[in-house]
Design a protein around this ligand. Structure first.
Ligand SMILES: Cc1cc2nc3c(=O)[nH]c(=O)nc-3n(C[C@H](O)[C@H](O)[C@H](O)COP(=O)(O)OP(=O)(O)OC[C@H]3O[C@@H](n4cnc5c(N)ncnc54)[C@H](O)[C@@H]3O)c2cc1C
Ligand code: FES
Length: 371
């Protein structure tokens, strides 16, 4: 094991922050906003785990990595093991950092917008408000394009639950680059919010950097316990050239955001998603997949991704993320009705095919694929 846990802190009833250093004390590799590491560790009972965790904090070179791990009661037990068995001095293997969720550099329009914002005199410069319904109301009254009135590109960061982790590093980076952004943090209740103090400090720093300019950072919480489900259509608003959003959270939230973005005219290239992996869908009905070109039939049990069943049956398939984010596993569907669970396909692509890594089929559970 090449790394050691330096410290552990509770961020909420179900989330713990782990700081991880190299055993030899050497500096860790540089990392970028949105990056994650792969952690390998052994449970006391001998089970081996390999889990991915987004890096939080200020991107760059550092002496330690910070990760925030949510305890999942169901599942294979990796997060339970970290919570219950791992403390300061525990050894882990780390590889990475890797980045499948990079923050795109500001385009020409965005840079011009930021410069224009910095140069405009007399505006309020209010930023960094965090809270529940009040803050949500403030953002709503400012309008989705922020309060500048100028046509500056918007960068939206949308987090659902523990999906806040990669967005914290993006918020740090955007504030450091003086690029205006809105962070929307969706959670069930205030007790589930984590890293709020860090977000407040980012908001304050952005406010100071902006001085007389319009707000650089707007940080808004949406608590479903208080105000029901967030209105994603209002949150995104219509697309303008140069706008982009980055969303991380439960698959259902990401799918709803993708659908809202499609309805509002957001191009696929402006919508960036990272999920923390598909949830096992044990409630799905069993599925028969017939491959028209090879004449093979594959029975897929609930909870097994179609892609995995195809790989196990020695079918040649392309894939990359296995989380419905990249489209590499897209396969034309000749018969049957897919249940789409990806966050990357356009409506036109969905009408002719599916991502086999996450999607399933409606009753009667039969698909004919062009494979
Ligand atoms: C790029 C990336 C970054 C990530 N970053 C983070 C991060 O910053 N913080 C974090 O906490 N996690 C993160 N994750 C997720 C993390 O890697 C683990 O998946 C997570 O800790 C859960 O591991 P587990 O072994 O406890 O559960 P897993 O077995 O991996 O379960 C994953 C999910 O499926 C659900 N599930 C599994 N089986 C069932 C079932 N039978 N019925 C219902 N639900 C089920 C679990 O409740 C859980 O929500 C990230 C994942 C990726 C891919
Ligand atoms: S492998 Fe990336 S969407 Fe399926």
């Amino acid at each position: 094991m090449n790394h050691v846990i330096a410290s552990v802190a509770a961020l909420s009833a179900t989330v713990r922050e782990f700081q991880i250093r190299r055993r030899d004390g050497a500096p860790l590799p540089d990392w970028q906003p949105g990056s994650h590491i792969v952690l390998r560790f052994l449970a006391a009972g001998g089970s081996a785990f390999e889990k991915h965790y987004s890096l939080i904090g200020v991107p760059g070179q550092a002496d330690s990595y910070r990760i925030a791990v949510q305890r999942e009661e169901q599942g294979k037990g990796g997060s339970r093991c970290l919570h219950d068995e791992f403390g300061p001095g525990s050894e882990v293997e780390v590889s990475g950092p890797f980045n499948s969720f990079p923050l795109q550099p500001a385009g020409p329009a965005s840079a011009a917008g930021a410069a224009g914002a910095a140069g405009s005199a007399g505006a309020a410069g209010a930023a960094g408000s965090a809270g529940a319904a009040g803050a949500a109301g403030a953002a709503g009254s400012a309008g989705p394009a922020g309060s500048s009135g100028a046509a500056r590109p918007r960068v939206l960061l949308v987090a659902g639950g523990i999906g806040i982790t990669p967005l914290v590093s993006m918020a740090h980076a955007l504030a450091a680059q003086q690029r205006p952004f809105e962070l929307h943090y969706l959670a069930h209740s205030a007790g589930r919010l984590v890293l709020m103090e860090e977000l407040r400090v980012i908001g304050q720093a952005a406010k100071l950097a902006a001085r007389q300019a319009p707000a650089l950072a707007s940080i808004v919480t949406h608590l479903s316990q208080d105000s029901g489900r967030a209105d994603l259509t209002a949150l995104l608003g219509p697309y303008s050239a140069g706008d982009s959003f980055y969303a991380c959270g439960p698959a259902a939230l990401l799918q709803a955001l993708a659908a809202a973005g499609n309805r509002l005219g957001w191009p696929a290239a402006a919508m960036h998603f990272e999920s923390f992996g598909p949830r096992a869908q044990q409630e799905d009905a069993p599925l028969t997949v017939e491959l028209a070109l090879s004449g093979v039939t594959v029975e897929v049990p609930p909870g097994t991704p179609i892609l995995e069943a195809l790989i196990a049956a020695d079918v040649f398939v392309s894939y990359e993320c296995k989380r419905g984010e990249c489209g590499s596993c897209y396969t034309p569907v000749l018969e049957g009705e897919p249940l789409h669970r990806d966050v990357c396909l356009t409506p036109a692509m969905r009408s002719t095919g599916m991502c086999t890594c996450v999607s399933w089929a409606a009753a009667p559970g039969r698909l004919v694929l062009e494979l």
